[in-house]
Design a protein around this ligand. Structure first.
Ligand SMILES: NC(=O)c1ccc[n+]([C@@H]2O[C@H](COP(=O)([O-])OP(=O)(O)OC[C@H]3O[C@@H](n4cnc5c(N)ncnc54)[C@H](OP(=O)(O)O)[C@@H]3O)[C@@H](O)[C@H]2O)c1
Length: 290
């Protein structure tokens, strides 16, 4: 299996991805003659696919679920963020040399600062979930100077492993079971709640479920849901009902993609054009949902 365009995204499955829509919109806006295509690559073909990226004219690709860790052994170099996250979401072909990056943490922070106007330095955050995205979010918040973390997850051991990551950086952190939030509640002084579980995600484990009930959400906390399909998730509905400010996952998606775009092309990504294209793609999708 080979790349036959200059840019693209690999995953398995990949039909759900909106990256081709907003990346192509960015390329077309700058009149750059590149095509960005989706590639559905089964796990046993990942090595071959990555090897084909060394050829000209491939510039690189985005990597999504479930290949973010699997691509790592086939790369020549891995940057610091990706090594720390243990996952690569962007590969750049530098004259046949493949370099792996992870722009998720950058996209998360840029969306937090620019779309929600919140600087996490000195803030107290509650992270819901302890999977791949939660790891990237915790890493980004630690780099940004967060003051305190609570990590809530269905599987307590995974939350504890993330809390250890924070403790190693001398940031107070504790792990709790996700279910315990319903009874123990959330400290009123929480500034930021980030959903990194797949609850509420279309075609996810439970699309109608919110990881937190409205009664437990402090109305002054920013509620940031990484889930972007649907755009209005069950958690965001709960947050709206108590008047808490909210941020959905689309801006993180676009900002991480814009960072990849800039790594491949070494020019500024037209973020507002890309954002508009992503929102349009999501709106179309939502009108198609039965
Ligand atoms: N906006 C963006 O750019 C962006 C970027 C990355 C991810 N995301 C979204 O973030 C979500 C998580 O992605 P991920 O890569 O972190 O996934 P992941 O590694 O598979 O982690 C899934 C998380 O959800 C929890 N979970 C799954 N089913 C659950 C259930 N029935 N009840 C309670 N908890 C449950 C898991 O808990 P256990 O540990 O107990 O299994 C785990 O914490 C997805 O919806 C993804 O689309 C968005």
């Amino acid at each position: 299996m080979k790349i036959n365009s200059t840019l693209g995204i690999i995953g398995y499955p990949i039909g759900h991805s909106v990256s081709p829509r907003f990346q192509q919109a960015g390329l077309d806006h700058l009149a750059v003659d590149h095509q960005y295509l989706p590639y559905e690559v089964p796990p046993d073909l990942v090595a071959d696919f990555v090897a084909s990226l060394r050829s000209d004219p491939a510039r690189g690709i985005n990597v999504t679920v479930p290949h973010k860790e699997a691509v790592m052994p086939f790369l020549d170099e891995i940057d610091e963020w990706a090594a720390e996250a243990g996952a690569v979401n962007t590969i750049v072909n530098r004259g046949g040399r493949l370099v792996g990056y992870n722009t998720d943490g950058y996209g998360f922070l840029r969306a937090l600062r620019e779309s929600a106007g919140l600087d996490p330095a000195g803030k107290r955050a509650l992270i819901l979930g302890a999977g791949g995205s939660a790891r990237g979010v915790v890493q980004a918040l630690l780099r940004a100077g967060v003051a305190e973390l609570v990590i809530a997850n269905r599987t307590l051991e995974r939350a504890a492993a993330l809390a250890d990551l924070a403790a190693n950086r001398d940031v107070p952190a504790r792990a709790v079971e996700l279910n315990a939030l319903a009874t123990d509640g959330v400290p009123r002084e929480t500034d930021l709640i980030v959903n990194c579980t797949s609850l509420g995600m279309h075609h996810g484990p439970d699309e109608s479920a919110s990881p937190m009930a409205a009664a437990r959400i402090p109305p002054t906390a920013l509620v940031y849901d990484l889930v972007y399909n649907p755009m209005l998730t069950p958690l965001l509905r709960e947050a709206h009902s108590v008047g808490a400010p909210t941020l959905g996952g689309i801006s993180m998606l676009v900002y991480q993609g814009a960072a990849s775009f800039e790594l491949w092309l070494e020019r500024r990504a037209p973020v507002s054009v890309m954002m508009e294209a992503a929102m349009a793609a999501m709106r179309e999708r939502e009108t198609q949902v039965p």
